[in-house]
Ligand binder design. Structure first.
Ligand code: C5P
Length: 228
């Protein structure tokens, strides 16, 4: 029996660069699996609050991350994924800015990242995987044949987050979002553990002035070219 190889395209970049939507659309277009690695860090943040584990307690956080009871359940079309933490549906709850900020704090802890490494690698299954995150191309899937780094201006990213939160019926304040995104970006870029940086062999795409479909088409064309 020949082994079926799973392909992977990594999509990294800062919050609000369009990664989530673009990754999901690509996964659908290709019929591939999808890894939302940011959700894992959000879940560790949420679980640590629930279990009263201090963000300074690195070992406690790592143990929690290693034993995290989570389930990703996709609908039949593979479009919507519901996320369960210890049996409770937290799909919408983990999208709050508080959860994003907590995620960015626990994500700066190297032992937490180590604890989530294999869990992320396990998403790689045939026919392929779209891996969305900050270190997909640099750390988790360094041999990916196509690596994308998405960027967009801070203002554009904040305005997108604002719209997303409003659509979900969550509280949002544009000025506060700008500040929080700037702080989160700085923390993600300056941390010693897997800082947010484009892989050397990544293709950088600025999405500030592009529509979602345009970017999806661009990445898809790049993938076809890689396979020529
Ligand atoms: O992508 P999302 O906004 O859900 O990620 C939340 C936080 O999780 C990010 O700000 C980042 O600090 C962290 N993260 C990470 N590595 C990843 C994905 C997310 O450090 N691969």
């Amino acid at each position: 029996m020949t082994e079926q190889v799973a392909e992977v395209i990594t999509i990294d970049g800062p919050s609000g660069s369009g990664k989530g939507t673009i990754s999901r659309l690509l996964a659908n277009k290709l019929g591939w699996h999808f890894l939302d690695s940011g959700a894992l860090y959000r879940l560790v943040g949420l679980a640590s609050r629930r279990h009263a584990i201090d963000f300074e307690d690195k070992q406690g956080l790592a143990t929690l991350a290693a034993h995290l009871d989570v389930e990703f359940v996709s609908d039949d079309e593979g479009w919507e994924t519901r996320i369960f933490l210890e049996g409770e549906d937290v799909t919408n709850g983990i999208r709050s800015e508080e959860c994003g900020n907590d995620a960015s704090r626990v994500a700066a802890v190297q032992v937490v990242r180590d604890a989530l490494f294999e869990r992320q690698r396990a998403f790689l299954r045939p026919p392929g995987l779209i891996a969305d995150g900050r270190d997909m191309g640099t750390v988790i899937f360094p041999t990916a044949r196509l690596k994308i780094f998405l960027t967009a201006s801070l203002e554009e990213r904040a305005s997108r987050r604002y719209k997303q939160l409003k659509e979900k019926g969550l509280n949002a304040n544009l000025a506060a979002l700008l500040d929080e995104l700037a702080i989160r970006d700085e923390r993600d870029k300056s941390r010693s553990a897997a800082p947010l940086v484009a892989a050397k062999d990544a293709v950088t795409i600025d999405t500030s002035n592009s529509g979602i479909d345009e970017v999806v088409a661009e990445v898809y064309a790049l993938w076809l070219r890689v396979n020529e």
